[in-house]
Design a protein around this ligand. Structure first.
Ligand code: NI
Length: 159
């Protein structure tokens, strides 16, 4: 595994719509493994393809320590309720913001082995998945944030 460079805001790569992954191959798995390593190294809770220059629909997330999800060709098939989330992003360092997200989602897609998976997430898990999913359509949290700020005392985890 290897660390990959994290693309920062201002780079057009982050603004493009990603294409689906045709087939989960050994190369796809290598990229996903690198993404997990890169996310952890940067103390993040999520990382999407375009953030490491991969313009394919996939992301990784670790909303709780040790609880790693790999999503290939994810689809959010239902959204319910609203929660206000304090978010950051590894591609937008030092900036945080308040974003309205669904309280609960159902998301399906393929896992690291190319097998179908479906999860119902709520709270912080739903928050992380929605943030990562947006990256695949070129959307950053600062586009949706009601307000942004640079915290001094406490820093939320970055996605
Ligand atoms: Ni992000």
């Amino acid at each position: 595994m290897a660390l990959r460079n994290i693309v920062k805001e201002g780079d057009d790569i982050l603004r493009k719509t990603c294409r689906p992954v045709d087939k989960v191959t050994a190369r796809t798995q290598l990229i996903l493994d690198d993404m997990v390593e890169t996310m952890r190294n940067a103390m993040g809770v999520g990382l999407a393809g375009p953030q490491v220059g991969i313009m394919r629909r996939m992301f990784v997330a670790e909303p709780l320590p040790g609880e790693v999800y790999c999503f290939v060709n994810p689809e959010i098939v239902s959204r319910e309720g609203t929660q206000e989330c304090e978010e950051g992003c590894l591609s937008v360092p030092g900036i945080y913001g308040l974003v309205d997200r669904p309280e609960k989602i159902v998301i399906k897609g393929l896992d690291r082995d190319g097998n179908p998976q479906e999860y119902e997430f709520e709270g912080f898990h739903a928050n992380v998945m929605c943030h990562e999913y947006d990256h695949l359509d070129g959307i950053l949290f600062i586009d949706k944030a009601k307000e942004t700020f640079t915290p001094e005392a406490s820093e939320p985890e970055e996605e």
